[in-house]
Write a protein that binds this ligand. Sequence first.
Ligand code: PLP
Length: 395
Amino acid sequence: MSIEISNRLASIPFSSIREIFEEANAMEKRGMKITHMEIGRPDFDTPIHIKEAANEALQKGHVHYTSNNGIQELREAIADKLKRDNNIMVDPNKEIVVSVGCKEAIVNTILAYINPGDEVLIPDPAWLEYQYIVELAGGVGVSIPLREEEGFNLNPEDVRMRITSRTKMLILNSPHNPTGAVLPEENLKELAEIAIQHNLLVLSDEIYEKLIYGEAKHVSIATLPGMFERTVTINGFSKAYAMDGWRLGYVAGPTALIQPIMKVHQYNTTSATSFAQYGAVAAYAGTQEPVREMVKEFDRRRQLLVSRLSELENVSCVVPQGAFYVFPSFKGTGMTSKELATLLLREAQIACVPGSAFGQCGEGYVRMAYSTEYEDINEAMDRLANVLKNLKVKG
Ligand SMILES: Cc1ncc(COP(=O)(O)O)c(C=O)c1O
């Protein structure tokens, strides 16, 4: 007997990040040491005051369903944070839904607004989940190329050219996974004009907001004139507070946009985990020193990785300004990104993600996460340089 899967799932593959991950794990089981640069999460522990707050909540018996949109204390802490850091004013009672990770907020938003056949503009390369979540909803993802020579910044003209009568939503992710690009305010202003002119809903995924370096500045598109009413801002705790396993995120925006998202959330997960939410209150209301320390260390690794990559022949690299990824091009080697990622894993014991896993425009690149120790990165780069040197000798 065979039971068919739904049509909406038929064209959707498992994540190709998994393949590299599984091969790396198998190599480790055989006793090899692998430098993990494929994983998109901080290698730090959750700060202690956050863990203590969640522990205390457990001890106090906060073990039941919470209000669907999240505990009042957390919604208030989120509203304060959005006002303080982003200049976004929202009512904690009607304009925030706490979700099981950012990912749930993204799924809920897309399910709430995308009809079969609706087109959603998605940068390419990007976190591939956007494309598949849109497909799950019956929508059509339209890829907008990001170019290395433009610093991987979304070019508003590329967006304008792809708008049709079916275009409903624009997805933005700044700082960006996988390139680390931070969208400059000038680009955001032009994108805002386009969104207003064509009545688009903007989903702004700001999960990497706190991981930003040098002169780069994070601007929330919801704060630009005329944008609040058409923007849902999505953020969470996974990256900045090393809380990816806690599965906590949120969506914020005007009541009219948030309430339909709330409806999907109600039928999806009811509420995020109760005691985890108390930990998140401490994350936002407590000291930000651990975040500053983590960002400082990421910046040190970022500079190391960029400088080591820039020594290599046939490799080019845009200096990332945010997140914890570098997205170097290996086009000069003539290899596909999958061939290269496989070679790096097998010959240099470096696990990284082929750029093609993030869309067609990622071909020729690999994503290297610097969420691994400084010394490990340095040694991994020695091995990488050797592999490329041998490749040249053979070629
Ligand atoms: C761009 C982007 N958005 C969202 C997420 C998911 O975040 P969360 O752990 O809050 O679901 C990730 C995780 O890698 C990401 O890279």
